[in-house]
Ligand binder design. Sequence first.
Ligand code: UDP
Length: 356
Amino acid sequence: MAPWRVLLVSTPIGALGTGLGGGVELTIANVARALGGRGHHVEVVAPAGSRADGAALHEVGGAPPPSAQREGRDAPTRIPPDSLLANMFSLARQRQDDHDVLVNFAYDWLGFYLTPFFSTPLAHVVSMGSLLDTVDAALGAVVRDLPGRAACHTHAQAATFAFGDGLHVVGNGLDLAHYEVGLEPEEALAWVARISPEKGLEDALAAAARVGLPLRVFGVVDDEPYWEAARRRYPGAVVSYEGFLPTERLQAELGRCQALLVTPRWDEAFGNVVAEALACGVPVVTYGRGGPAELVADGETGFVVEAGSVPALVAGIERVGELDRATCRRHAEAAFSLEAFGDRLERWLAPQVDGP
Ligand code: UDP
């Protein structure tokens, strides 16, 4: 196959490397690595101040949109003056003739709506489950009118959309060489996410307090009042806030923990942190909803427990000692290697690049 020239269009929620964009930041880096590793030429359009790990970067300024998680389902699409997202798509349009395919990662109305107006195929990796009616309507039109253009990470994520059968599931990938297995954990649990209500930190605090293990919290504080309130509510939990760490340091810290707790109040699209924990040999105790539940082999690489139930979470934590950390790593290698991810991405994009 001749190498492709691929332009990735990032999320406008935060600059790459800040953590505000959530898992999509690591996903974009890994898509760039997976396609670059197969000889394709990859460039990235992203908010000013981004870091792109070697891929050629086009930085764009402007005002970010509101975060989809904070909006009501029926909220209209709001586009601020000097819209960052509009500026990113203007740049993508100007550069489209230099590329064989454009891949958008923003779950926003504008990119989906603009799809048929581009002359170079604009494809989409949908980075969230269904959240907003206006966005879903525009994405639904892409799925209906341009079959194959849109992909997502898990079957659970696809099932949140009325047109989920039309989404191509590509999973995700990690550069496993960056993750070391920690075979001898300390007496501590990990919780890794943006600190924001949809991530359900309070349940992890409640469970950690009940089992009497310290909880190490990693991630950007996205919602300060929520973070303060959650800590006040569980004074019995021994919590240490470790900050937002770059992958290299995060994986080293994760590898020292007995288990990762995943306690979302929404349907996560994938759950990069689950793949990362398994790559470090760390079992995952997760609520049984969304992508994370699809990534954990119950009783083998972790426990998938009733969503929203702290007692179920506690029961899972109490059994993690039964699990083999080397098995967790092997599962990560089988499911999330960059080679396999590159294969899946090529299979998805080839018909778009080659045309009908
Ligand atoms: N993360 C990080 N350092 C930290 C905490 C989190 O780099 O200290 C990254 C983590 O590697 C993952 C992302 O933040 O890629 C969280 O992504 P996830 O898919 O779990 O959730 P999202 O925020 O997209 O809902």
